[in-house]
Design a protein around this ligand. Structure first.
Ligand code: AMP
Length: 281
């Protein structure tokens, strides 16, 4: 695997593969099995796999979160190489943003709720960095995790708006054995908060089963119970639990509102913010 830090060098390396399909996995590093499932999938489907490791400052609305974000590039490179990455692109901020990126995207209602409402500017920063990376890498396919459900909707919309010739592939959430969705931020949890974290997936699974049951629970009752189940340890604090149409991300009021409904949660586990989601319909 080649480790490349420079845009010009990456472009000349990729020129060697001009007749082959390039698969691209953008990450912020602190690689775990969730990321590796995206790289494995890209390796199966594409001739050349590029993985970027770049902690993008423009998507952080909280300076402390940016400062504390785990960084371990040497270890990350070994992990991605072991599942078939051909090129690790590890640029500096100056390589990605030689000039400040002042573009403002309009995603309509897609980025107004949930993460968009609680992390102002976050998705604009995601669109800036992903569009910039697509422009450099020019992938045939790019791989994103369903863990970041709203991010996937934003990326689909961005690709449509900019008419980019890239296929977006969505990969299911990879979980720890106890159900906790893998996240680079899990490493920052205290032992106490980590021990409480399985309550998140238990609550989401309860919601999924309750929705599928013959005497299904109304959405508002579901919200109250999911919040109660997640907060029962006294250690986790729910920021939102939204039941939304999986495409428009519009909140639903009744199960009949959509054929495709996702339950999305964000919560505070001490100083660390976590997200998760599950299909409800
Ligand atoms: P990040 O480094 O957190 O920006 O994540 C890079 C990519 O990995 C994104 O597309 C995420 O959605 C995806 N990802 C993160 N965690 C998981 C997970 N537990 N399962 C599947 N994909 C994930």
């Amino acid at each position: 695997m080649k480790v490349i830090e420079n845009v010009a060098e990456l472009k000349s390396e990729l020129a060697k593969y001009s007749s082959q399909s390039v698969g691209f996995v953008p990450t912020m590093g602190a690689i775990h099995s969730g990321h590796l499932s995206l790289v494995e999938r890209a390796h199966k489907e594409c001739d050349v796999v590029v993985v970027s490791i770049f902690v993008n400052p423009t998507q952080f609305n909280d300076k402390n979160d940016l400062k504390n974000y785990p960084r371990q590039v040497a270890e990350d490179c070994k992990l991605i190489e072991s599942v078939g990455a051909d090129i690790a692109f590890v640029p500096t901020v100056e390589q990605i943003y030689p000039e400040p990126d002042t573009r403002i995207f309009d995603f309509g209602d897609i980025d107004k709720g949930m993460e968009g409402a609680t992390r102002p500017g976050h998705f604009n920063g995601v669109a800036q960095v992903v569009s910039r990376l697509f422009d450099i890498v020019k992938p045939a396919k790019s791989y994103f995790g369903e863990k970041d459900f709203q991010q996937v909707a934003v990326i689909f919309d961005m690709v449509k708006q900019l008419a980019l010739p890239v296929e977006i592939v969505v990969v299911p959430i990879v979980r720890e054995a106890d159900g906790v969705a893998m996240s680079s931020r899990n490493a920052l949890l205290t032992a106490e908060h980590r021990a409480a974290a399985p309550d998140i997936y238990k609550a989401l699974r309860w919601a999924q089963e309750a929705r599928e049951a013959q005497t299904e629970v109304a959405p508002e009752e579901m919200r109250a119970e999911v919040v109660r189940l997640i907060e029962q340890s006294g250690l986790l604090k729910v920021i939102y639990f939204e039941m939304v149409d999986a495409r428009s991300l519009a909140p639903i009021n009744s199960w009949a509102d959509s054929d495709n409904i996702q339950g999305c949660v964000a919560l505070q586990a001490g100083a660390i913010r976590l997200i998760d989601n599950i299909k409800l319909k």
